[in-house]
Design a protein around this ligand. Structure first.
Ligand code: KG4
Ligand code: ZN
Length: 373
């Protein structure tokens, strides 16, 4: 094989990930999560995440090398997430990667975490056991809907909707190595964060996304109407004269609306209808993100939309994204879940693209950037 063997390291949030790929072929995706340690706090505690990365980094690296049956000497280059993310958490992965690069003399690539989420879709395995009709959340299957149903040819000019506990962005990817543009993002909470906060208001456990997803299936999404952030003409503008937040998101007003709604029921001595609230809230988030992602694709000549991040597991999001992309003639790609959530394989996948396209390594002088654009 002539394709490069790349080791990827991810530590931007609560997942310690080490992935190994050969070109576009996934060999190993080893992930150790500290989520359990954050549950009782109702959110990721940066200091705990950093410590957990320290504990998990070497064992995860060892496990990945063993599973791939390779040694560090076989690796052609090392790639590591250098931002955006939690500063202390990023530091652990970056220091590990620099140490490995110095010790082995291998080239090192600093990787943008968001672009890596898009890079995950480049792996041959990302669409996995493709079952276009399968909308069940929680399985590890990928999803391809529309047009030829095949893989994205040269993987150029695609749109990406990234939704997780840490980010909510629409990207335009002209070329994964050098032309990635941020079209829109949240101006306050991330979508997953909104799920987690609302889950807490409804008395559900953290992380709240899966709990709301399940509860919403038993509720009526039309019973209570919640606000669609940044969707009014003042922010949207028109195609000719785009408003200041045409492709942006806001979820803090929605979260407050849910809190007020719960309070109203309690003030009247009634049990809040949690299933209807969960369904109405979920619909408000997903309505806006799918509508704006499709709009951004249409207005930027993009015919393929990629979904990434932990919220891509949401069953209603998969359904709505499928309906709306199909209606707009846009192809939808949802990588298998283990590649949608944070992992080292996506970092390695992007590293492999950079190596194959002859991009120069980053050297070892770079510093992690928690707010990397
Ligand atoms: O990508 P991820 O594992 O970690 C980062 O935040 O980077 O995403 C975790 C987020 C959490 O906020 C979680 O509540 C949300 O993804 N999530 C979901 C679902 N599964 C996970 N949100 C909605 N519906 C789901 N089924
Ligand atoms: Zn992420």
């Amino acid at each position: 094989r002539t394709e490069p063997l790349i080791l990827g390291i991810e530590s931007s949030c609560d997942e310690t990930g080490v992935g190994i790929v050969r070109g576009t072929q996934l060999l190993v995706n080893a992930v150790s999560s500290s989520m359990e340690e954050h549950v009782r706090f109702g959110g990721v505690i940066p200091e705990i995440a950093s410590r957990a990365h320290l504990d998990a980094m070497v064992p995860t690296l060892r496990a990945a090398l063993k599973e791939a049956d390779v040694t560090l000497a076989d690796i052609d280059a090392i790639a590591v997430t250098s931002g955006p993310g939690l500063a202390g958490a990023l530091m652990v992965g970056v220091c590990a990667a620099k140490a490995l690069a110095v010790a082995t003399g291998k080239p090192l690539y600093a990787i943008n975490h968001l672009v890596a989420h898009v890079g995950a879709a480049l792996l041959d395995e990302s669409l996995g056991a493709v079952s276009p009709g399968d909308l069940t959340a929680g399985n590890d299957g990928g999803l391809v809907v529309g047009n030829d149903g095949g893989r994205p040819g040269r993987f150029e000019n695609i749109g990406a909707l990234l939704v997780s506990g840490g980010h909510t962005e629409i990207l335009r990817v002209g070329s994964i190595a050098e032309d990635v543009e941020l079209l829109g993002s949240t101006i306050d909470d991330a979508a997953g964060e909104a799920f987690d906060k609302v889950a807490r208001l409804l008395g559900l456990n953290y992380p709240g996304g899966p709990a709301i997803d399940a509860l919403a299936r038993t509720g009526n999404a039309l019973a209570i109407k919640f606000p669609r952030g940044l969707s009014v003409p003042k922010y949207m503008g028109t195609p000719a004269e785009p408003g200041p937040h045409r492709y942006d998101f806001s979820f803090s007003g929605l979260k407050t609306a849910v809190a007020r709604c719960v309070e109203r029921f309690e003030a009247e001595g009634q049990q809040p209808p949690v299933a209807d609230i969960a369904a109405g809230f979920q619909e408000a988030v997903l309505d806006v993100i799918t509508a704006k992602a499709v709009l951004a694709c249409r207005e930027n000549g993009i015919s393929t939309l990629l979904l990434g991040g932990g919220v891509a597991a949401n069953s209603r999001l998969r359904e709505l994204a499928q309906q709306r992309t199909r209606a707009a003639g846009i192809r939808l790609l949802v990588p298998r879940l283990s590649l949608c959530t944070d992992n080292g394989a996506m970092v390695a996948a992007l590293g492999a693209q950079l190596v194959m396209r002859g991009v120069r390594p980053s050297g070892i002088a770079f510093v992690p950037d928690s707010s990397m654009p």
